[in-house]
Ligand binder design. Structure first.
Ligand SMILES: [Mn+2]
Length: 443
């Protein structure tokens, strides 16, 4: 069953077909399963473009949109039905299912893709594909172009323009429709609950992976397909490693614990980071740095209303952080000069946010021409300032080895913002009340 009403996918494809016109053909591969161990695969997730346009999740699928062709506009190439294989590896929609349930006007088995694509592309002007992402498909398409170009005693029927499907589809994916925002609200609600549970469950002496287990239990219990990226649980100095995923150290009394984790629900990602004291009480220096990150986040979120842009959120963040680092004696000098010389980068080395959607680092242009793209209603972005203080001799001792990040998911609305992750606690008072309060799985 598809995630949304089939009419929603049909209208998304209709918008793409309008852009393609009758002389364009676009090819979107879902991708292949990959081996995890010997003959056992990683869980498969279809490419986000195919999910956006069909909701269809089976591996190997190739979606072709060809508004000007008699087989089109929506053509699916799918794995064949195979009762024996289906007994081992699960149900397949097959050609009939692709037409009946997944919106295909025509559907064929994958073995036909070469010959059928050659016929579909014959006479088309523009081929939209994404060269470099699927070498086997690239080779097949280039072979087709060569054959169409070299047809004997016939004029060339090969498309003369090759364009990238990212330029076609990704600007559309940037603006979230109401049903997408609903899915993201739910993914964010599950994720907020999971972070809250991990705070309640936390106590010094637990391994980091115990909190990962709590987080992912809550995700799965609510039907999330998976974490939308690898869960990060870093205690103490591990919190200063941006993408720390070993999660196997023991949480010490006095540590801050940084958790960056998000659920994927109905193909849409949430992305939340929280940092809290393992024993439920911030030390003075931890509190000073944490409050600074919170204030930087607030300054950045204020820039997420229509007309703001990602560069403004970043500028607001680095100004607040730099001023705070000077006030705390971690940086010395004039704020403007320290921003100019990027002195803050030793402590804050990443951007302040990214688009969020079907991909956790979602697609869509960050620029409009040469300028940062202004936020519009329907944009969803993360805001995630942090501070990562090295354990180094030249840093005032109380601040050494402290890592903090706070991340929320922000929808730009017509007249401001909606913080989709507002249910996830982050004030100092809320964290101190919650951490260690106790948690047990209820099923
Ligand atoms: Mn993020």
């Amino acid at each position: 069953m598809s995630t949304f009403d089939p009419a929603i996918y049909a209208s998304r494809r209709a918008r793409v077909c309008e852009l393609l016109g009758s002389s364009g053909v676009a090819v979107f591969p879902a991708g292949h399963e990959t081996i995890r161990s010997h003959d056992t695969e990683h869980p498969f997730r279809a490419s986000s473009d195919v999910l956006y346009l069909t909701g269809f999740e089976e591996p190997e699928t190739i979606l072709v949109l060809a508004p000007g062709h008699e087989l089109g506009p929506t053509i699916l190439f799918v794995r064949p039905r195979d009762p024996e294989k289906e007994t081992w590896t699960g149900r397949r929609a097959g050609v009939e299912g692709a037409k009946a349930r997944w919106g295909a006007d025509s559907a064929f088995e994958l073995s036909e893709v070469g010959a059928r694509l050659e016929a579909i592309l014959s006479g088309a002007e523009t081929l939209w594909t994404r060269l470099g992402s699927d070498p086997a498909l690239d080779a097949s398409l280039l072979g087709i172009l060569e054959r169409l170009r070299n047809r004997k005693r016939q004029p060339s029927a090969a498309p003369t323009v090759l364009r990238d499907t990212r330029d076609l589809l990704h600007p559309l994916r940037l603006i979230k429709a109401p049903e997408e925002i609903d899915a993201m609200r739910r993914a964010c609600a599950i994720t907020a609950e999971a972070h809250t549970a991990a705070m309640q469950a936390c106590r010094p002496g637990l391994p980091e992976y115990a909190l990962q287990a709590v987080i992912e239990f809550v995700f799965k219990r609510h039907g999330a397909a998976a974490p939308s990226y690898n869960t990060i649980v870093g205690a103490g100095v591990n919190a200063t490693i941006l993408h720390y995923i070993e999660n196997n150290a023991v949480i010490q009394d006095g540590d801050l614990v940084l958790i960056d984790a998000g659920a994927e629900l109905h193909h849409y990602a949430a992305d939340i980071t929280r940092t809290f004291p393992a024993n439920g009480r911030f030390t003075g220096p931890q509190r000073d740095l944490y409050q600074l990150v919170l204030e930087a986040e607030e300054a950045a979120i204020a820039m997420c209303a229509p007309g703001g842009h990602w560069k403004a959120t970043h500028d607001a963040t680095i100004r607040r952080l730099t001023q705070g680092l000077v006030d705390l004696g971690i940086l010395q000098g004039e704020v403007d000069g320290l921003i100019e010389s990027e002195a803050f980068k030793r402590f804050y080395m990443h951007g302040t946010g990214h688009w969020l959607g079907i991909d956790v680092h979602d697609v869509g242009p960050y620029f409009a021409g040469q300028e940062p793209r202004p936020f519009e209603p329907g944009h969803v972005q993360t805001i995630e300032p942090g501070l990562y203080i090295p354990d180094a001799e030249d840093i005032p001792a109380p601040f050494r080895g402290i890592g903090i990040r706070v991340e929320d998911d922000v929808l730009t609305t017509a007249d401001g913002v909606e913080i989709l992750t507002a249910a996830c606690p982050k004030s100092i008072e809320a964290l101190e009340a919650l951490v260690g309060a106790g948690w047990s799985a209820s099923i």
